[in-house]
Design a protein around this ligand. Structure first.
Ligand code: AVI
Length: 324
């Protein structure tokens, strides 16, 4: 049950996450094998993602942080004090404080499907902002979420940094933007605002390096999915025969991550047998990049009118303020 504090993960009698198994088996049965990127983020995957954000080649986190640091005064003017900041995802220890410090909010409401991350980051935030009411909600924000009663009467600001919207295909991204409108009470009084990070289209070499770093951290992040499948779903996937690949798909304006079979392989997952030919791939992630126009179109399709856009000095990343 959502929003009730009862765990959202549905496990079978052996403790296997049913949704994980269903997604992996369905994805491996397809002609173009594909596994949704959300399954990267077990404990080790989350640790590796944190390491990615520190890499020289991975510019998005740094660029977005630069924007949040530099534009605090403008955020304060355009957003104003006294809003409830509703963050979609459990928040980063760097970006969230920058926003909260700039705009003087009345409450902070992080939403996340993982109760563990949520409690950790909410506790960190509460410590940094002693007077600020923090109301963590364990929920799947891809759907409409009922906010705590205490924040109902407040004006809302949705916060969705990191260009996580880019990990969704446009149809899913539009559904999410519409769910956010509903969660923030768009049709019930004062129109909510949304502050959203969106990564920009740029030189192919820069993009490909950001997703295939020299140290191999992103490769380890991609491989960790195989390790997780083998551990949690009784898998026999040969990790050594699946190679990380990150390639720019120009027609769809996105980086695609794949695991490429370096030889013909057969393996089992949850008792089901699969085969891959040498060169065949498992598609593990999309990371869409935006132009000013494509970002605006996506927001408009999701029910949000863009009002202001900021870029970092090197024009690699954008933060957009939109109104429902
Ligand atoms: C979380 N997300 C916005 C990251 C991205 O850049 O698409 C995930 C990531 N995948 C590989 N590196 C980082």
């Amino acid at each position: 049950k959502r929003d009730s504090g009862i765990a959202l993960v549905d496990r079978d009698e052996d403790g296997v996450d049913r949704a994980f198994r269903a997604d992996v088996l369905k994805g491996l049965r397809q002609r173009q094998k594909a596994i949704p990127a959300r399954w990267f983020y077990d404990e080790e995957g989350s640790r590796l993602f944190e390491a990615i954000t520190q890499l020289e080649e991975y510019y998005p986190t740094r660029a977005e942080t630069e924007i949040l640091e530099a534009r605090g005064k403008e955020f304060a003017e355009l957003i104003g004090p006294g809003r409830a900041v509703v963050e979609f995802g459990s928040g980063s220890s760097v970006k969230t404080p920058l926003l909260l410090r700039a705009i003087d909010p009345a409450a902070y409401v992080p939403l996340d499907i993982s109760g563990d991350f949520l409690r950790e980051s909410a506790a960190g935030l509460a410590e940094k902002f002693p007077g600020l009411p923090v109301h963590p909600v364990e929920a799947d924000f891809m759907r409409r979420v009922t906010l705590p009663e205490e924040v109902e009467p407040l004006k809302k600001l949705g916060f969705f940094p990191g260009s996580t919207i880019g990990n969704m295909v446009p149809r899913t991204a539009v559904d999410l933007l519409r769910s956010m409108r509903a969660t923030l009470g768009a049709d019930e009084g004062e129109s909510p605002l949304l502050l959203i990070g969106m990564d920009l289209v740029k030189d192919r070499a820069v993009l490909e390096a950001a997703y295939d770093d020299a140290e191999g951290v992103t490769a380890a992040f991609n491989h960790n999915l195989v390790t997780r499948i083998n551990r949690e779903l009784d898998g026999t996937m040969p990790e050594g025969a699946l190679e990380h690949s990150a390639m720019w798909n120009d027609a769809l304006a996105r980086i695609e991550m794949h695991l490429v079979a370096t030889r013909d392989i057969v393996f089992e997952v949850s008792g089901e047998r699969f085969a891959m030919r040498k060169g065949e791939t498992i598609h593990t992630e999309n990371s869409h990049k935006f132009t000013r126009r494509s970002a605006n179109l996506l927001l408009l399709a999701g029910g949000w009118t863009p009002e202001k856009r900021w870029l970092d000095p090197d024009e690699r990343f954008s933060v957009i303020l939109a109104r429902a």
